[in-house]
Ligand binder design. Structure first.
Ligand SMILES: [Mn+2]
Length: 300
């Protein structure tokens, strides 16, 4: 039986996760899915005073060591809200552990912990970068992976803090109206507007900022994916009455990186992502009093 005490014990002793039967994993996936299913695709948070904090966490990619370090920081800092920007699995060596820990945190703290969709919360990426194979090898059944996809399917795409700071996985889309289209919608409503938002949602989880670029440009990442320059970025923020963007999706050797005159912050929360010969610190962001404080951890 997966009760709250048991979920808490998984967070404290992640090695227990490797021994879980699929039936246990399945219960956790269903509980998490039911919670995400009730959330809106565009989350909105209000901090009540200048001391309350939101912690924003970037890509984890199966790096359990980095995730556990971040959980320690969360325990000490006691933020009001924690937002994971997606890309929890693929590439690292403890992918299932990272996903189950974050889903357990969500089930235990549904109004405090949030998970947004990244481009790796998709079947295509999991098949290409390892999570699908890890999962099928472990549970011996491709069909069971549909329960993972059912969770991905209902994840929200962006979160706005105090009407000023938007956080999402990749970047702004070409569709400047997308936030207005998404406002108030839940997953169950998406079919009615799918055609008008599909491209924008894809770009939200895939796009990247680029300094000295004007407008949008094709990305090397693939068809339909764009780089965006400072001009279109500022237009997007202005027309949506926003001041800042916090995103993840790219790993930089120095940890976090500011773009566009300190209006866009890029964070990445998996340390030494490309191995110890190409080190990077893990980074995250604290939002307090409508300001953004980026922090590097695990500096080697
Ligand atoms: Mn990504």
């Amino acid at each position: 039986m997966i009760d709250n005490n048991y979920l808490q014990s998984l967070i404290e002793k992640p090695q227990k996760i490797s021994n879980l039967k699929f039936e246990d994993i399945s219960q956790i996936l269903k509980q998490a899915k039911d919670i995400f299913n009730e959330e809106e695709l565009l989350l909105e948070f209000k901090l009540l005073d200048n001391k309350e904090e939101v912690y924003v966490i970037g890509d984890i990619h199966g790096n359990l060591h980095s995730l556990l370090n971040i959980l320690e920081i969360i325990k000490k800092g006691k933020p009001k809200i924690i937002i994971f920007l997606g890309d929890i699995v693929d590439r690292g060596i403890k992918q299932l552990e990272c996903l189950i820990i974050i889903l357990a945190l969500k089930i235990l703290n549904p109004n405090k912990v949030f998970l947004l969709k990244g481009n790796h919360e998709t079947l295509e990426m999991n098949q290409y970068y390892g999570f699908f194979q890890e999962f099928v090898q472990k549970f011996n059944d491709k069909e069971k992976f549909t329960e993972i996809l059912d969770v991905y399917q209902v994840l929200p795409f962006c979160a706005i803090i105090n009407n000023k700071i938007i956080s999402l996985h990749g970047g702004i889309p070409e569709d400047i109206e997308i936030l207005k289209k998404l406002k108030g919608l839940k997953h169950e409503d998406i079919n009615s507007v799918f055609k008008s938002v599909a491209e924008g949602l894809y770009q939200i989880i895939w796009n990247d900022p680029k300094e000295r670029l004007k407008g949008f440009a094709e990305s090397f990442r693939g068809p339909g994916i764009k780089f965006f320059g400072e001009d279109v970025f500022n237009n997007f923020l202005k027309s949506n009455n926003l001041k800042y963007l916090i995103r993840a999706h790219e790993c930089f050797p120095e940890g976090y990186r500011w773009f566009f005159n300190n209006r866009l912050l890029s964070i990445f929360s998996s340390a030494n992502y490309r191995g110890f010969y190409s080190p990077n610190p893990a980074s995250y962001a604290i939002v307090r009093n409508d300001k953004i404080f980026p922090i590097n951890i695990e500096v080697s």
